[in-house]
Design a protein around this ligand. Structure first.
Ligand SMILES: O=P(O)(O)OC[C@H]1O[C@H](O[C@H]2O[C@H](CO)[C@@H](O)[C@H](O)[C@H]2O)[C@H](O)[C@@H](O)[C@@H]1O
Length: 259
């Protein structure tokens, strides 16, 4: 594993230490971490090596695997095709599937905000080619990967201004060529905390690539391992170059954890 170090120590050593923890939670972001980024979200798939390593970890003793994604749960299940043993958190921590069926129930006020939010974002996207809206149970993502930088900036500016004026309680998040709006302020950090407790984990590995994954890195402790995939500022202890490198780390952990 010849991967880059971010903030401390050797990743190989940290993985070896993590493999000895009594109960391990392996929490993984999907897009940009297990799956390379692509223009059309529905076409994203985990690298075969990443999927294989993830499945090997589900078979390891006292090890729980979870996916923590910004995607809506249905979308995450469609692209990740996870086995039932994998716990899921979608919509940046708003949706959770442990062993039971997932579900989010919004209050009347939240449903009202969601309807108005949709109108505002549709109006912001309408004048531009290649700006589109992804629907989630508690919010929307304004996508601009295929748009010109000028169109992306203008659509996002309009969306931001109208939402912050009319719906100041809405949570706004920037991701990779995406600006997201949610009626819930739940974060990936909340998801890591909740899944850690549910798994009774004595240590956590969390890997992610995007700005929103920083909420997950922020709640890790000394016994945990945070891995940032790709460039950008991070609070993670370690950094690797791309999803292929994440797959190598997971595969090594699965190998060590199998014994
Ligand atoms: O938390 P993640 O699993 O990384 O999900 C974050 C967002 O992923 C998706 O958008 C991103 O990936 C797309 C496919 O590669 C890409 O086209 C887009 O530009 C990226 O922002 C997803 O569509 C969003 O809902 C997620 O929040």
């Amino acid at each position: 594993m010849a991967d880059v170090q971010a903030n401390s120590g050797s990743l190989e050593g940290a993985i070896a230490a993590l493999a000895t923890t009594p109960r391990l939670l392996v929490a993984l972001d999907f897009d940009g971490t297990l799956a390379p980024l692509v223009d059309r979200p529905e076409e994203a798939r985990a690298l075969p090596a990443a999927r294989e390593a993830m499945l090997a970890l589900t078979r390891a003793p006292d090890t729980r695997v979870a996916l923590i994604s910004g995607r809506a749960m249905q979308s995450l299940m469609h692209v990740a095709e996870p086995p039932e043993a994998v716990w899921l958190s979608g919509s940046h921590g708003v949706e959770v599937r442990l062993d039971a069926a997932p579900g989010v129930s919004l209050s009347e006020a939240e449903q009202g905000d969601l309807s108005r939010l949709r109108e505002i974002l549709e109006a912001a996207a309408a004048p531009f080619d290649d700006i589109w809206i992804e629907v989630k149970p508690a919010g929307f993502a304004l996508h601009s990967r295929s748009a010109t930088p000028q169109d992306a900036e203008e659509a996002e500016r309009q969306a931001h201004e109208r939402v912050s004026t009319e719906l100041p309680a809405i949570t706004e998040r920037r991701g990779s060529n995406v600006l997201e709006f949610s009626v819930r302020s739940t974060t990936k950090g909340d998801a890591v905390r909740m899944l850690r407790e549910a798994a009774g984990a004595t240590a956590v590995l969390f890997a992610g690539d995007d700005v929103t994954d920083e909420d997950g890195f922020a709640v890790l402790g000394d016994a945990d391992v945070g891995i940032k995939c790709g460039p950008g500022a991070t609070a993670a202890k370690f950094r690797v170059e791309d999803p292929a490198a994440v797959a190598r780390v997971l595969s090594r952990l699965a190998e060590l954890r199998a014994h």
